[in-house]
Ligand binder design. Structure first.
Ligand SMILES: Nc1ncnc2c1ncn2[C@@H]1O[C@H](COP(=O)(O)OP(=O)(O)OC[C@H]2O[C@@H]([n+]3cccc(C(=O)O)c3)[C@H](O)[C@@H]2O)[C@@H](O)[C@H]1O
Ligand SMILES: Nc1ncnc2c1ncn2[C@@H]1O[C@H](COP(=O)(O)OP(=O)(O)OP(=O)(O)O)[C@@H](O)[C@H]1O
Ligand SMILES: [Mg+2]
Length: 246
């Protein structure tokens, strides 16, 4: 794992050099994936990396966890609270849709959640432009394969250093890097609504997805679910769909 960490740090340094920019930034949620990325970019650029904490109607415990990540790697940081911004934008759109008679209550939770992820993306690019830094994503192999991210939200990034690592490997990496153990051990959550956990929402576990990605046998029900998610989210892994030239 030490070797993979070193190679990833070198790759990050190379990307910055090739792009002719000055450094890297990442959103720090208090979860394990962003904790690992924060440690990696801090190692790659001790003086030119930034962690951005962006609460958005979030549980205050997440902010404490984010702070513990910042303390554990010593990365420079900034906090931008998006609660008010989200409230203004979501309620404005909702009011216009209601006035038009088209508001769909059933889609509210998802639309609200994805707006949080997209506001975070916009915030990261605004800050990234200020510093001339690239935006680093946190998707691991399991999330990438199943498309478990918001298109142009947390999926809207410049670099995806963890995309070949299973969730299990991300955990090993986190331990090696010195990510606080409470963060390594807690249940993965997108934190997009109260009580959300990735595994409840997906209906399968990261262990199952990891096994499937490694070519191991898993129950048919899980295999089908994972393959269905993969097919349905194909559009998220490429840029906008274009027609052939007519
Ligand atoms: N075939 C197609 N070709 C081109 N575009 C297509 C498409 N099908 C849908 N689309 C577009 O994609 C949209 C649906 O994709 P998207 O907007 O991503 O939304 P969707 O996949 O419905 O939801 C995002 C999922 O990711 C989860 N998530 C989000 C953020 C962070 C995390 C985390 O782990 O931290 C997890 C979240 O809980 C939710 O389950 C549609 O509204 C439509 O605009
Ligand atoms: N409150 C937040 N502040 C800053 N960034 C956030 C916040 N919430 C989510 N993000 C960004 O969105 C990414 C996607 O979230 P995701 O839940 O997949 O990762 P994680 O929280 O780091 O790890 P885990 O999957 O274990 O919860 C995060 O890694 C982080 O970069
Ligand atoms: Mg999370």
């Amino acid at each position: 794992m030490q070797n993979k960490i070193e190679k990833t740090v070198e790759w990050l340094q190379q990307q910055v050099q090739d792009a002719g920019v000055d450094g890297l930034l990442v959103g720090i949620s208090g979860g394990i994936d962003s904790a690992v990325v924060a440690h990696l970019i801090q190692r790659a650029f001790p003086d030119n990396s930034l962690g951005v904490v962006m609460p958005c109607k979030s549980n205050p415990k997440d902010q404490e966890a984010a702070q513990s990540v910042i303390d554990s790697c010593g990365i420079d940081s900034i906090t931008v609270d998006l609660t008010e911004t989200h409230e203004v934008m979501f309620s404005k759109v909702k009011a216009q849709l209601q006035e038009k008679g088209d508001y769909n209550e059933d889609q509210e939770r998802l639309a609200d959640a994805n707006l949080r992820a997209r506001l975070r993306m916009s915030t990261l690019y605004t800050i990234g432009t200020n510093y001339k830094y690239l935006v680093v994503g946190t998707d691991n192999a399991a999330e990438w394969y199943t498309g478990y991210f918001t298109k142009y939200g947390d999926g809207g990034v410049d670099l995806v250093p963890l995309v070949h690592f299973t969730k299990g490997e991300v955990r090993d990496m986190a331990r090696e890097l010195g990510v606080p153990s409470e963060i390594v051990e807690k249940a993965p959550s997108a934190g997009l609504w109260e009580g959300q956990t990735d595994e409840n929402e997906m209906g399968t576990s990261y262990d199952m997805i990891d096994k499937h990605l490694k070519g191991e046998e898993i129950p048919e029900k899980d295999r089908k679910l994972i393959e269905d998610m993969h097919k349905k989210t194909e559009h998220k892994r490429s840029l906008a769909t274009a027609p052939p030239e007519f």
